[in-house]
Design a protein around this ligand. Structure first.
Ligand code: UD2
Length: 345
C-alpha cells in the first residue's frame, strides 16, 4: 500500500516536471523574441519588399452555377497542360466572373498588328470585328504598322479603344515582313509600350473575329494551339528539325504546335519572347538558313523551353480551310481566305 502511494506520488511529480519544462519550451518558441544575431544571414541577401497593401477590393455578389470538383466542365478536351497551364475552351469559364475580377485592375492591353503592302486590304475586317469582339468593354490600344498610313480606312472605334498608326518600311520578301515583326515589337516595347500597356498581343491582320475574345486570354505568357496540328503527334508536326537552325527542336520533344498568328502576355514576357526569337532569326540569317515556318518556328522553340502560362485552344485561331470538328464549339477568330500568290507579290 505504502509502495503504491510512493509510486503514485512519484508519477505526479514526474508529470509536473515534464509539464513545467514543456510549458517553458512552448514559452520559449512561441513568445520570446529570437535575437537576430543568432541567425546566420549571408551578407549579400537580396532585399525584398513585399507590398502589404490592405486596400483589397471585393467582387460584387454574383449568381452563377456552383462548380464541383467531380463535375468537369468539359470531358472531351484537355483542360490543363502537364505544367498546369489552363487551356481555354468554350464552356470552361464564366466571363462575368473574369470581367468582374479584371475590371478592378484597370489594365490596358496593346495589340500589335501589321498591314504591309497588299495586306492593307485586311485592315477593315480586322479592326471592324476587333472593335466589336476583342476585349469588349475594356481598354485596348491597337498598334497598326503599315507602309501606307494614308490608305488606312477610317473606322469608328468604341470609346475605350484607340488606334495608333505607325509607319513601317516594307521588305521585298513577305517572309521578311512576317519575321521582322518580332524585332519591331521588341523595339517598340523598349521605347514605348512598356510605359503604355500592361499586356501585349501580336495578331495577324488577315483574320476576322466572330465571337467574343475576352479577358480569358490574359496571362503572363500566352500561346495559341494551331488549328492545323492540334492532334498531330510531336514527331509528325511542323517544327524546324534541321540542327543548323536556331529554331531546331530535336525529335522526341515538343508539346503543342503554336500558331504565330496570336500570342502575347505581360509586356516583359513578350519582350523576352520577341527579343529571343529575333535573335534566332538573325543568327539563322548569318548562317544562311531560314527556319521552315519563319518566326513561327522560332516561337515554337521558345515556347517549348519557356512554357506558356495559358494556352488558347484552336477556337482562337481557326483556319477557314478546315472543317470544324465537334470539339471546336465556337469559331472566335478565323483567317480570311487569301490568294497567296496574288496578295504576297
Ligand atoms: C503563318 C502564321 C504567321 C506567320 C507566317 C510565317 C498562322 C496562322 N500564321 O501564316 O503568323 O508566322 O506563317 O510563315 O500560323 N504581312 C504583311 N504583308 C505581307 C506579308 C505579311 O503585312 O506582304 C503580315 C500580316 O500581318 C500577316 C502576317 O504578316 O497577317 C503573316 O503573314 P501571312 O498571314 O501571309 O502568313 P501565313 O498565312 O503563312
Amino acid at each position: 500500500m505504502v509502495m503504491k502511494k510512493v509510486l503514485i506520488l512519484g508519477g505526479i511529480l514526474m508529470a509536473g516536471i515534464i509539464g513545467y519544462f514543456s510549458i517553458q519550451h512552448i514559452n520559449q518558441t512561441s513568445w520570446e523574441p529570437v535575437s537576430i544575431q543568432h541567425i546566420s544571414q549571408p551578407s549579400c541577401q537580396p532585399v525584398r519588399q513585399t507590398d502589404l497593401n490592405e486596400n483589397f477590393s471585393v467582387l460584387p455578389r454574383m449568381s452563377y452555377r456552383q462548380p464541383f470538383v467531380d463535375k468537369p466542365q468539359r470531358t472531351d478536351v484537355l483542360l490543363m497542360s502537364p505544367w498546369l497551364a489552363p487551356i481555354v475552351w468554350e464552356g470552361t469559364f464564366n466571363r462575368d466572373i473574369l470581367n468582374a475580377q479584371y475590371r478592378q485592375k484597370n489594365f490596358v492591353v496593346g495589340v500589335a498588328t501589321f498591314a504591309v503592302k497588299k495586306y492593307i486590304r485586311f485592315i477593315e475586317g480586322f479592326l471592324g470585328s476587333a472593335n466589336k469582339f476583342f476585349l469588349s468593354g475594356h481598354r485596348v490600344n491597337f498598334y497598326l504598322f503599315t507602309d501606307n498610313p494614308e490608305k488606312v480606312p477610317s473606322i469608328k472605334l468604341a470609346p475605350e479603344k484607340r488606334l495608333f498608326i505607325i509607319p513601317v518600311q516594307n521588305y521585298s520578301r513577305w517572309q521578311d515582313i512576317s519575321m521582322n515583326r518580332m524585332d519591331i515589337i521588341s523595339n517598340h516595347i523598349r521605347s514605348h509600350w512598356r510605359y503604355e500597356v500592361d499586356y501585349l498581343y501580336s495578331m495577324d491582320i488577315d483574320v476576322q473575329m466572330f465571337e467574343h475574345i475576352g479577358v480569358e486570354i490574359i496571362d503572363t505568357l500566352v500561346g495559341t494551339i494551331s488549328s492545323w496540328l492540334y492532334t498531330t503527334p510531336r514527331d509528325s508536326n511542323s517544327y524546324e528539325r534541321r540542327p543548323e537552325s536556331r529554331a531546331a527542336i530535336p525529335r522526341g520533344e515538343g508539346d503543342f504546335y503554336y500558331a504565330a498568328s496570336f500570342y502575347g502576355g505581360s509586356v516583359s514576357e513578350v519582350y523576352k519572347l520577341t527579343t529571343a526569337c529575333f535573335k534566332g532569326v538573325t543568327e539563322d540569317r548569318a548562317n544562311g538558313i531560314e527556319a521552315k515556318w519563319h518566326e513561327e518556328s522560332h516561337l515554337n522553340k521558345y515556347l517549348l523551353y519557356h512554357k506558356p502560362t495559358r494556352l488558347l485552344s484552336p477556337e482562337y485561331y481557326w483556319d477557314e480551310e478546315l472543317i470544324r470538328p465537334r470539339i471546336i464549339r465556337v469559331k472566335r477568330l478565323s483567317s480570311v481566305r487569301k490568294d497567296l500568290k496574288e496578295v504576297r507579290f
